[in-house]
Write a protein that binds this ligand. Structure first.
Ligand code: ADP
Length: 176
């Protein structure tokens, strides 16, 4: 566990659909109509009510975020955000990935949510290099805490041990 300006930051290795938090974040695609990876896992575990709400929302631009309730999941809400597809790093990917984290937290704050869990957005099918993606994720969260506050706990939920260790290394360097 790490702490930054009274906000608890936690890293967890595992499945984000199991997280008992106010909101889990989904690494969705622009249609919001479901996909593979963490998106597929969230819709499978959460049931059809999430997809029904997503259909009504009608899509989401890259870097923005939208919110639904969480169906059968133990969290209260799902914040759907869309990270960039990684091409070569020169297509604005870093800013878009940063925006995905930042705008997810903005939405959480609007809904007065205290605890939010993020997956490693864009590092699966969208092929963002994991180390760079982790640095951006952490920077966006710390910047949000500096500028906006209003959140108590942020979890980074990593599906693989190598990604967990990338986050652990970066956070240990920053905070220990
Ligand atoms: P993207 O299209 O944004 O790359 P993916 O879902 O393909 O989204 O991958 C994003 C990250 O989510 C990857 O690091 C992948 O290992 C991870 N992931 C896949 N399933 C889960 C899950 N159930 N819980 C947490 N993370 C997951």
């Amino acid at each position: 566990m790490y702490e930054y300006r009274d906000v608890k930051l936690k890293i967890v290795e595992g499945d984000i659909t199991k997280m008992e938090v106010d909101a889990i974040v989904n690494a969705a695609n622009n249609t919001l109509l479901g996909g593979g990876g963490v998106d597929g896992a969230i819709h499978r575990a959460g049931g059809p009510s999430i997809l029904e709400q997503c259909k009504k929302i009608g899509g989401c631009p890259t870097g923005e975020a939208r919110i639904t309730t969480a169906g059968n999941l133990p969290s209260k809400y799902v914040i759907h955000t869309v990270g960039p597809i990684y091409r070569d790093g020169s297509k604005g990917e870093a800013q878009l990935l940063y925006n995905a984290y930042y705008n997810s937290l903005k939405l959480a704050k609007e809904y007065k949510l205290q605890s939010v869990a993020f997956p490693s957005i864009s590092t699966g099918a969208y092929r963002y290099p994991k180390e760079e993606a982790a640095e951006i994720a952490i920077k966006a969260v710390l910047d949000f805490i500096d500028k906006e506050g209003g959140i108590e706990e942020v979890y980074f939920v990593l599906f693989s041990n190598d990604n967990y260790l990338i986050y652990k290394d970066l956070l240990d360097k920053k905070f220990n």
